[in-house]
Write a protein that binds this ligand. Structure first.
Ligand code: BTN
Length: 325
């Protein structure tokens, strides 16, 4: 975890991006010597941050590496709460496991867990999730909403809107959402979301939202069985992206939409979700644990469940399923 001084230095450079900050200014702001400032700037450089130091002028940050350390995330971060506490692992079994442990240790809302490599990444419906080393985003976000478990699935749909909107802003690509929460580009999956809840029947204590995004993979990175159904932002756009920038955009969108959700409920989020939805108005097949339902996806309920009308005109409410279009 970054020291308070380092956090403040990162904040000052975020507030004054593209500007030189003099050693004297930084030393006055932080109440430490210019030599100590120099040492901190050196530390940032050692972490892969590009620092330009001009004699008698000061320091300027000119670039950063494509890593996901707390410094990479917080340099340029514009949120109040989301991503202010970053837990970073080069390698871990699953960021979900770490986040679920942190929840028990009172980690604040908006804490994120990031990893370059997951050895046992988890997907929905007990599936495995593959995280390409250094090319993907594997992130878990801790939420502590005071809501009933009944409306918790709405948070999954909210997250899908957050990711779709952030991808759109950062890449200019136009993602779609496949209910409940797969993000697709040109009909191939670019992101998956896994929501895990802690609490009792009446009240949620916390929610851990796992987000896996394919960012800089090339086609050869995918095993044959995935190449028809998975894609990456790089494959779709023909250029690489700084993962930390995308994470910053996601955190900013998250903070914004989460506040709207807590204040105004699901309705405004539902409208946005529908604007990205790919499955609505189409013939789909929903495979649940107990049955297969084929029909027209006619909409989602105010709680976020999917409505399918079969050929007999019966409307089915789907809580959880695998959807094929
Ligand atoms: C899915 O589409 O099945 C959901 C995939 C969720 C993957 C993410 S990656 C970060 C977090 N850690 C995990 O082990 N899983 C989620």
């Amino acid at each position: 975890m970054a020291s308070k001084v380092k956090e403040k230095i990162i904040q000052l450079f975020t507030e004054n991006s593209n500007e030189y900050l003099s050693g004297q200014f930084l030393s006055d702001e932080l109440g430490i010597s210019r030599t100590a400032i120099w040492k901190y700037m050196k530390e940032l450089q050692d972490e892969g941050i590009e620092v330009e130091a001009v004699r008698k002028v000061g320091y300027k940050i000119t670039g950063k590496s494509d890593r996901l350390t707390p410094t990479d995330i917080q340099l340029g971060l514009e949120t109040k709460k989301f991503g202010r506490n970053v837990v970073y692992h080069e390698e871990t079994n699953s960021t979900q496991t770490i986040a679920n442990e942190l929840v028990l240790n009172d980690a604040p809302e908006g804490t994120i867990v990031l990893a370059e490599r997951q050895l046992l990444g988890r997907g929905r419906l007990q599936r495995n999730w593959l995280t390409s080393d250094g090319k993907a985003i594997a992130m878990s976000v801790i939420l502590r909403p005071a809501i009933s478990p009944r409306v918790a699935p709405q948070l999954t749909l909210l997250t899908a809107v957050v990711i779709a909107s952030a991808i759109e802003k950062v890449t200019g690509l136009h993602p779609n959402i496949k209910w409940p929460n797969d993000i697709l580009i040109n009909n191939k999956k670019v992101c998956g979301i896994l929501t895990e809840m802690q609490g009792d029947a009446d009240c949620i204590k916390s929610v851990v939202i796992g987000i896996g995004i394919n960012v800089n993979q090339v086609e050869e990175d995918y095993p044959l069985e995935l190449s028809d159904i998975a894609t990456s932002l790089r494959i779709e756009k023909g250029q690489t992206f700084m993962r930390a920038n995308l994470i910053q955009a996601i955190l900013a969108e998250f903070e914004k939409f989460y506040e709207i959700f807590l204040e105004k409920g699901f309705k405004p989020i539902k409208i946005l979700w529908e604007s990205y939805a790919i499955s609505l108005g189409k013939q789909i097949k929903a495979t649940t644990l107990t049955e297969e339902i084929v029909g027209n996806a006619i909409g989602i309920t105010d709680e976020g469940q999917l409505l399918i009308e079969d050929h007999l005109g019966n409307v089915h409410t789907i809580y959880s399923a695998d959807i094929s279009i």
